[in-house]
Design a protein around this ligand. Sequence first.
Ligand SMILES: [Fe+2]
Ligand SMILES: [Fe+2]
Length: 418
Amino acid sequence: MDPETRRQALRIAARLAMPLSLWGCATTVAPPTPESPASPATADAGSIPPGQPVVSPPAPSARCTAPADPEHPTEAEARCCREQLASIIPDGGREVPSEVLGCCRTVATWLDQNARGTFGEGWPQRNTCCRALEWQGSLTCTPWGPPVPPSLEGERVTSRPVLPLDLREEAARLAPSVPRLPALRRMAVATWRGRMVNEYESAEVFEALAETLAQAGFARSVVDEVRGFSEEERRHGVLCGAVVTALGGEARAPGTARPSFPLHPDVEPLEAVLRNVLSVCCMSETVAVSLIAAEREEMPEGELRALLTGIWSDEVGHARFGWRLVTDLVPTLDEAARARLGLWLRVAFAHLETHELAHLPLDARPPEAGRALGLCRGDHARALFFDTVTEVIVPALEAVGLPARDAWTRRRALPLAA
Ligand SMILES: [Fe+2]
Ligand SMILES: [Fe+2]
């Protein structure tokens, strides 16, 4: 990422989070290619030197059967493969036995379509497998639509029916023109499909947020504004699906189990609302604004850039809403409530970091041409994520009176110790 692009993205995010400044943003990750090999300076400990083979002779115990539908493996098929890979390839291992390369593909394909599923955020063999697959059809970088905020009680999986997402009809009507880059087509389809799912699902996050705002007694106009965000996220899902269709893919994905929206019964309704607004708008959406700003900056003019700009401007509104609310309301809280929010921020920061890094594969290095399709480098996107947190989000939260710096330093998943 060009340093000026990074600075521009941070400037935009900062203006968003700092109401007093003048207001004038799966990201995607992609595969290393022969044109852009992993450099020794940036490769992680498990990276493979260029030219070294990554597929070794057959393993003795390849036991999972090939999926009945290779394009849509089932969770059971993916689980079998994941367990088999874990038993054969040590964490940080460099070689994929040829017998289990198909299993790498099964798990990667399943994760592409079910990134929020039950084991999507912890696959130790991911980098090893994705290198062996040359990152084709592998999990891509899609940290856009805000996830369900964390709960101090831990996330709970809903019991409601999990329905598949099918946006083919709506997406086909839009037909945006996208660059023809056949070598990057599969990766681009996976990227935009992942975004389609994230964006569409985040509509439910805003619906639930609007409901909690209503129950906490916020004005109708405020509740309606957030309901409008929900509609925008649904439209973003269709727009991303339209890109999938334009790339020659299918704008559909299997249903995924999702955590229920936290109500935070341990605190008063206003404080509960602030927890969720901090997580959804001030954290996730501000990071999305920054990442999309950088992606947009690097994308050439055209219909895809215009489509991205439309999504980006809505995300700006989602983040600004949160900063406005937090700036107005946090100062009205007593010291005890601000301290409780500070403790909760530790969990929220840990949740944010886990979510973002899971969607920003470190080794993903698409060729320069990938910028035209919204494909970016995972290491660059991660750096921008951390900069956005430490240079924008933390200072802005400190400015409204929350101990965000301490919370970021002491971020941790539950159980939370005071
Ligand atoms: Fe969105
Ligand atoms: Fe959004």
